[in-house]
Design a protein around this ligand. Structure first.
Ligand code: ZN
Length: 161
């Protein structure tokens, strides 16, 4: 029997007692749960059940505990970070395009600026809306709100460029 299989069997036995386990044992189970869907689901259900039971039985609210899967939280944050990077990348592309038109073509400046205004509406605005909606389940609403304000100001500002 592999080491992982042994840990899995132990986890299945121990997860129903999760709240009472020693901290080090919880860490072992958490680490195993990151790679084992079966244990992860069992753990999630157990933790949920514990919270709702203690809400039900005690006057005192359930103690706030950190969610067991920090990795999932970090994963969501990294996607949000990627969304921000992608913004900068698209803005960079639009700016680069404008610079090339101004530097290498005979196009009048007014036309080049018209191009950058149009790009903000045609490319950046839809990307902004789409990525803001995508970000809602990833991070706290205030971060999505901040990003939305940033985009709004930027898009309006660029229209006066
Ligand atoms: Zn397992």
């Amino acid at each position: 029997m592999t080491q992982n299989r042994k840990i899995h069997l132990l986890s299945q036995e121990l997860i129903p007692l999760y709240e009472d386990l020693n901290k080090d044992v919880k860490v072992v189970i958490d680490e195993h749960g990151e790679n084992c869907q079966e244990c992860r689901e069992l753990l999630r259900d157990t933790v949920m059940l514990d919270i709702s039971l203690s809400n039900h039985n005690n006057e005192a609210p359930a103690p706030v505990r950190k969610p067991p899967f920090y990795q999932l939280i970090w994963f969501k944050r990294s996607i949000f970070f990627g969304v921000i990077l992608l913004r900068l990348f698209i803005l960079g592309m639009i700016w680069q395009d404008y610079n090339q038109i101004v530097t290498y073509t005979e196009a009048p400046l007014g036309l080049a600026k018209e191009g950058i205004r149009a790009s903000m509406i045609i490319f950046y605005l839809p990307f902004s809306i789409f990525s803001l909606i995508l970000s809602i389940p990833l991070v706290k609403m205030r971060f999505v709100g901040l990003l939305a304000v940033f985009d709004l100001i930027l898009i309006f500002y660029m229209q006066t460029f």
